[in-house]
Design a binder for this molecule. Sequence first.
Ligand code: NAD
Length: 476
Amino acid sequence: MNTLTPDRLASADYKTIFDRQRQHAPVMALTTAKERIDRLKRIQNWIASHEDSIKKALYDDFRKPASEAVLTELYGLNGEINYTIKHLAQWMKPQRVPTPINLIGMRSQVRYEPKGNVLVIAPWNYPFILCLKPLMSAIAAGNVVMVKPSELTPNTTRIIQQLVADLFPPEEVAVFAGDASVATALLELPFNHIFFTGSPAVGKIVMAAAAKHLTSVTLELGGKSPCIVDETADIQQAAEQLAWGKGVNNGQTCIAPDYLLIHESVKPQFVQAFQGALQRMYNPNGQGIQASDSYCRMVNRRHFERVRDLVNDAVRQGATVSVGGQMAESENFIEPTLLEHVTDDMRVMQDEIFGPVLPLQTYTDKDEAIRRIRQREKPLALYIHSRNRQNIQYFMERTTAGDTVINDVMLQFNDPEMPFGGVNNSGIGKSNGFFSFQEYSNMRGTMERQFGTMKMLYPPYTNRIAGLLKFLVKYL
Ligand code: NAD
C-alpha cells in the first residue's frame, strides 16, 4: 500500500521518495514483459471496478457527462493498454539491425532500456487519461514514476491517488497533488525523463528546468489548430464534425479545431449546417443547450471568464455572433458559438481558445488560407475537409502540423499506430503505442564483434592503407 502518498509533501519529502525510486529503478529495469503486463492489467482491472467513481469524479469536476467520460477518457485508455499489452514483449526484445559492409564482422542491435526516474505532469482537461496513459506507458517501459495531476480537477486527482495507492508501492509510483508550486519543487529533481502535458507557456518553464539536469522531455502542448473547409467539402459532414469537435468536453481539448478557414462560396451553407448539427446534438427537445445533459461546462470561473472575454473582445472589434453566444456565469456555461467577421488582431485569433467558440475566416484562394496558417506557430493538429485529392495534397505539402486528419476531426489521439504530438511550440516528442515506449526508453546501440577487419587500418598509415581507404571511400 502506498501510505507515503499524502496530498502534499514538503520538498524534502519529494527528495526522499525520489531517492527511494532511484534506488528501486534498477529493480524495475529488470522486470520481465510478463511482470510489466501484470501491472498494466492491474491498472485495467482497477479502472473497470471503479468506473462509477471515476465517472462521478469527472462529473463533479466539470459536469462531464458519463458517456463522454467513457468515450473520451476510459475507452481510449483501455485501447492503449490493450495495445501495449499485446506488443510489449516484442518491443522489449533487442532488435537486430543490419551492419554495413565496411563493418563486416560486427553484429549490431538496438536495445531498449528504461530511462529510470520519470516525472509525469498532467493537465486538467482530460484529467484521467492524460495522467494514466503516460503513467502506464512509463511503467511498460520499465521506469519508476512520480505523477503530478492538475490542481483544477481535485475529484479526479483523488481517484488517481487512490488507484496508485492501491496498486503500487511508492518506490515504484507516487502521486503528488497540488498546484504549480508542487510541480516547481518536483522539477528541481534530476529526473531522467519528464513527460509534460499542458500549455506552451508552462512547457517552456518545464524545459528550462529540465535543461539544468539535461533531462530529456516529451512536451505535449497546445496552440491554435486550424481547420480548412474547401469548396468541394461535404459541408454537412464537416459542420457536424466541427460542432462535435467544439462541443465535446466543452471545446477544452488540445486537438480541438481552434479556428476555421472556409472557402467563401460554401460559408452560408456551413453556418446553417453547423447550427442544425448543434441543435440535433445538444438541443433535441428544444429546451435549450443549457438544459442538455450531454454538454459539460468550462472547468472553472477563470476559464469561463477567459473565453467570455475572448468573445467580447472580438465583438467589440466588429466580429458577429452568428450561432450561439449564450452564457451563464453561475454555472460556467458557454453555448457553442460561431464568430464571423473575425480579424487577426482580435485576441480570439491570437490565443488558444480552449472553449466552445469557433471563429470563422473565409478565403477565396488556397494560398491565402496557407499564408494564414503559416504566419502562426506550427500547430498541434491541422484538419482538412475536401473531396479534391489535389487540394488536399496542396494543403498538406505547404503546411506542417503535429498530426493531420482529413475529412474528420480529433481521432488521431486514439490510434496507437500514429505518432501523436506537436512540432516546436505545439510540442516536442511523440507518444502513443511504440512511440511512447521509445520516449521512455534509452535506445542503446550495441555492437558485438564476431570477427575483426578494422585491424587492417591500424597505424602505421602505410601506402597500402592509403590505397585501401581510397577504395573504401569510393566504393563503400
Ligand atoms: P497548464 O500548462 O496550465 O498546466 C499543466 C500542468 O502544469 C498542471 O499540472 C499545472 O499544475 C502545472 N503547472 C502550471 N504552472 C506551472 C509552472 N509554473 N511550473 C510547473 N508546472 C506548472 O495547462 P492546463 O491549463 O492544465 O491545460 C491546458 C493546456 O494544455 C492547453 O494549452 C492544451 O492545449 C494543452 N494540452 C495539450 C495536450 C496534448 O496532448 N498535446 C493535451 C491536453 C492539453
